[in-house]
Design a protein around this ligand. Structure first.
Ligand code: FEO
Length: 386
């Protein structure tokens, strides 16, 4: 893939992986991106997962021709990117490592050494002159670890954005960018909305023609689209109008209630997506909750609380600072319904959530009373549309 005359792609695709970061389903694999900048001095931008060290070093060798690298820039120390640093330094013993002080401390923790005589420690605004290319380093702490920085090349107007603007999926598989980038962002970065916002504010002052992230495709067209989406996500704003219904159901009685709600909402022209939390990809359900402006959670009462999958889902969205949304509740409790109370408690520390007033209580199975409550919840959800 072409980036510029001087910047070459040397990353790898991982189709062996089952769960990225030990939890995210990646049916189309994962890409660990790395780049070489060829100039009077040569810089390699980040390494790759340790299982792909040799393939990566081969890619670098092909890109280098008769040159050798002067620098390895380490923007992020998570092992999907730093896993091959040690192997690189064994191969290119004269190269220096450019990174933040925190990143060098993490090298000590990961590798038992921090390459003391090879260090180029950088901080906010520091530059590295390669020849025509001047690299400027911008700190991006907590996007998505504390040592993270991004790098701007003013010659080719390229932003090397670390984990930001990444997505799930290997680069040799065609798939839509937005859905997998959103699932990636909501899973991995969402907690750090404010740092992401700060990074976007810094990026606004730059003339960017190309974004080179550490995962997913290189972005070189319609950059406003990607930047605007990131702005929406970082501000915890809903991207679309619609209702996400997340439910668990043991004997399909709670399910019948959410099916009815879905039908009623759909008839009123609403976009509705439903997730059975016991069977879906939980990261998809989380992504959808952040994507739309309204959420309904429906659960049987279980052990005087909620069904376990619902507990897991609510913990995940609360951990990611879920806010600025409407949330409706459906509970089922055959003799002592407590699920709504437990679900509201799980979201109690989330800011700016509007809980619906017309919630549904099912005692075993839908009856006239609870059916009327579903209708009322539907009407309230429609009235709260943004
Ligand atoms: Fe792709 Fe935070 O590492």
């Amino acid at each position: 893939m072409f980036i510029s005359n001087d910047i070459k792609y040397v990353g790898v695709n991982d189709h062996d992986i089952d769960l990225f970061e030990g939890q995210y389903i990646v049916k189309n694999g994962m890409a660990y991106n790395s780049y070489v900048i060829l100039d009077f001095k040569v810089a390699v931008m980040d390494s790759v997962d340790v299982h792909f060290s040799e393939e990566w070093l081969d890619n670098i060798e092909k890109a280098l021709g008769d040159k050798i690298p002067d620098y390895l820039v380490v923007q992020h120390m998570e092992p999907d990117h730093s896993g091959s640093v040690l192997r690189f330094m064994q191969r290119y013993q004269n190269a220096k490592i450019v990174a933040t002080q925190k990143a060098f401390s993490m090298m000590q923790q990961y590798f038992g050494c921090q390459f003391t005589d090879k260090q180029v420690v950088v901080k906010e605004g520091d530059t590295l002159q390669l020849g025509n290319h001047t690299l400027t380093f911008t700190m991006a702490p907590m996007v998505h670890w504390p040592e993270v920085m991004v790098t701007y090349d003013s010659y080719d107007k390229v932003l090397f954005s670390a984990d930001a603007f990444g997505k799930f999926g290997a680069l040799d598989v065609e798939e839509d960018w937005t859905d997998e980038a959103r699932r990636y962002y909501m899973g991995i970065v969402a907690k750090y909305g404010l740092p992401a916002k700060n990074l976007l504010a810094k990026a606004e002052g730059l003339d960017i023609k190309t974004i080179c992230p550490l995962h997913g495709p290189i972005l070189n067209e319609n950059l406003g689209y990607y930047l605007n989406l990131y702005k929406t996500w970082a501000n915890f704003e809903a991207e679309d109008s619609g209702v996400t219904i997340c439910y668990t159901s043991v004997y399909k009685n709670t399910y019948k209630a959410v099916e009815l709600l879905k039908d009623l909402l759909t008839k009123k022209g609403e976009t509705v997506v439903m997730y059975d939390l016991a069977r879906c990809d939980m990261a998809k359900a989380v992504e959808s909750a952040f994507r739309y402006d309204r959420l309904v959670v429906a659960s049987p009462t279980y052990c005087n609380s909620v069904f376990p999958f619902m507990g897991d889902f609510l913990t995940r969205i609360a951990e990611r600072d879920y806010k600025n949304r409407v949330v409706g509740f459906i509970e089922n409790g055959s003799w002592a319904p407590t699920a709504t109370k437990a679900m509201q408690t799980a979201l109690a520390n989330c800011k700016n959530l509007t809980f619906t007033q017309n919630n549904v209580r099912i005692m075993c199975a839908l009856d006239d009373q609870s059916t009327a409550q579903v209708h009322a919840l539907c009407d309230e959800l429609v009235s709260l549309k943004k």
